[in-house]
Design a protein around this ligand. Structure first.
Ligand code: CP
Length: 319
């Protein structure tokens, strides 16, 4: 594997999930695979889970890790060609990515969307240029439109915690005070649609009108504006806010009545509740759920290590 940016980069999703679970059972089984290899983690945005879990995964494989907060510690990046750089940008991505590729055997990059121009964000211009110019395998640490390490960990968590052969998984929109990217729900939807196509789950998305995700990520999902209908008999409920794709980057309403609380879980099949974190308590998701037996958010975050380790192992094996 030389690129991990979406579910489409994975030849066999079920095998990757099983690999992650095997690594969870035996974390140091491949502790020499990454010897004398360096992982570079480049962040243009904040992170807790992705940063630490990917570092831990690399260390378990015997790799060295370098982390750079490029937005704060690097030179201001120019990404466009043909620009006379007489403004605020100091270094072109052509040189910056190429140099990082010289120092590292595998690179990871996190780059959020600006949420101003849909076409620009969905072109994944920065991420794609980084991949093109660094010349080493690249793992997405969350790009403008996807968060595949999160989605793989989510699928691992569902496989690990399911109590029936084909659980019902519901992605529900949640309120928020800030406009958030669609990357997590896009990615979750495309991974769940893939899992559904392989007979592993039944997948439903629910959100208020106006919050439709791009159809590129939701092919095969049942979609409804009726949260109660969606939650009926659910085995897993995945809670996440996102801003509008249609009215790009906008919050369309206060989302009153969409926060998941205990009363809504009554109609589910004793559902397990997931969230990628960070989560705003009693805004996105009730504290009573987060602190109660339905929540598996910490297990889910813990599985980020094994998802990252499975991906890095595959990349190391292809070097
Ligand atoms: N879920 C997730 O990616 O967390 P961080 O933003 O803290 O890395």
């Amino acid at each position: 594997m030389r690129l991990f940016s979406s579910v489409n980069d994975v030849t066999n999703v079920q095998q990757l999930v099983q690999e992650a679970l095997a690594l969870k059972g035996n974390p140091y089984a491949h502790k020499h695979l990454g010897e004398n290899k360096t992982l570079g983690l480049v962040f243009l945005n904040p992170s807790l889970r992705t940063r630490l879990s990917t570092q831990k995964a690399a260390l378990n494989l015997g790799m060295n890790v370098m982390v750079m907060n490029l937005d704060k510690e690097g030179w201001a990046l120019e990404t466009q060609d043909g620009v006379i750089m007489n403004g605020t940008t100091v270094e072109h991505i052509r040189e910056a990515a190429a140099v990082m590729g010289e120092y590292c055997d595998i690179l990871g990059i996190r780059s959020f969307p600006k949420l101003q121009d849909r076409e620009e964000d969905y072109s994944e211009d920065l991420f794609n240029k980084f991949v093109k110019f660094c010349a080493v395998p690249v793992v997405s640490l969350e790009s403008a439109t996807r968060h595949p390490l999160q989605s793989l960990a989510d699928l691992v968590t569902i496989q690990e915690n399911k109590t029936s052969a084909k659980p019902k998984v519901v992605l529900t929109w949640a309120p928020h005070v800030k406009p958030l990217p669609q990357a997590v729900p896009n990615s979750f939807a495309e991974w769940m649609c893939k899992a559904q196509s392989e007979g592993l789950i039944d997948f439903v998305i629910t959100h208020p009108a106006g919050y439709e995700l791009s159809k590129d990520f939701t092919q095969g999902a049942a979609i409804t504006h009726n949260q109660n209908e969606a939650l009926k008999d659910a085995d897993f409920v995945y809670v996440k806010n996102w801003s509008s794709y249609k009215e790009y980057g906008r919050i369309l309403s206060d989302g009153k009545g969409w926060m998941l609380d205990h009363s809504r879980l009554e109609q589910t099949n004793n559902a397990k509740v997931m969230h990628c974190l960070p989560v705003r308590r009693d805004l996105e998701l009730s504290a009573e759920i987060l602190d109660g037996p339905h929540s598996i958010v910490i297990k889910e975050a813990s599985n980020r290590v094994w998802a990252a380790q499975a991906v890095l192992k595959n990349m190391l094996e292809s070097l």
